[in-house]
Design a protein around this ligand. Sequence first.
Ligand code: LMR
Length: 398
Amino acid sequence: MMHFSQVVLVPGDPILGLMEAFRADPRPGKLDLGVGVYKDPQGITPVLASVKQAERRLLASETSKSYIGGHGDPLFAQRLTQLVLATDSPLIATQRAAATQTPGGTGALRLAADFIGHCLPGKGIWLSDPTWPIHQTLFAEAGLAVNHYPYVNADNCLDVEALLETLGRVPHGDVVLLHACCHNPSGFDLSQADWRRVLAVVQARELLPLIDFAYQGFGDGLEADAWAVRLFAETLPEVLITSSCSKNFGLYRERTGALIVCASSLERLSAVRSQLALIARNLWSTPPAHGAAVVAQILEDVELKNLWITEVDAMRQRIAALRLGLLEALAPHGLAERFAHLATQRGMFSYTGLSPAQVLRLREDSGVYLVGDGRANVAGLAEARLGDLARALAQVCN
Ligand code: LMR
């Protein structure tokens, strides 16, 4: 008997699969704007200097490789919660918020999904259209009914009115996933006025917000990017937040993140956390230690933290400059207006508005790799390649 004969071949992951296709492409002028990783002008995804220093300290001071507990490293959890909710957050002061360490932001999302599925049965989840493709599959895998609210319209513009209109019809008590900043894939973020309107609908429909916070520091700054998260956490009795250290600490492969629970009382928080530990035990037992130890070292030490803040600021400012640089490079091709959204989008990604056929042509004719939905990772660009990219885009747009 051939046990595996019924197993069908499925297409590769829409984002990670691109990394393999790119590596296999022999063309020297190829350009990888697929997976969301920051690259320096030399095309390297660097280990941050603050991370290197923290690692050196850890190497000298670490005394054990024993398991860390089900909720992970307590110092990491405490410091990350402060980074997300603010050191003087009233939720922290009243013991209404705590983090469970997870393998990356994706692990936090999976933990949240299983928590909702196991402990809050009957709730559907509402995702933006478009959203990160793994949101769709991850929540479906966890058995949740997945629904969508509009976010970007056919003209490649943020459509707040359509978003609010749909949220206003969501069944009472459902879960709504919101991107805190640097919306993936579009790069379009809500204004503070928009966020207040979303909050009013969330309150009116008694929705449970699950806020995906994967890019803190990459939009307008570490504090500014947390504005909506803090507004929701301080206004509503219950909020779930998934936080990722992949991008802002450059710890992608170390799988470092957390699920932060905000509850109405310590008693409720403890009950939720007991469930999270149980679910996590069956998913990954205990989380990996290294990335969290690095983050804890950095956030604990004033000097290292300041160095890290400087590094995050530099990455954000460079990405913003790359956006404007690309817009400038597109102008001589008559495409400045067509790509004007580059200047208003935030974070690593830009939804280009290119069709799947144009994305395919870009790849085949010019070796430029974008995600199939037209998402470009601006943070993967090098200043020296802006002209090449503009020419390639002109070929498919004009
Ligand atoms: C992305 O969207 O490219 C990143 O979040 C990496 C990933 O895991 O897909």
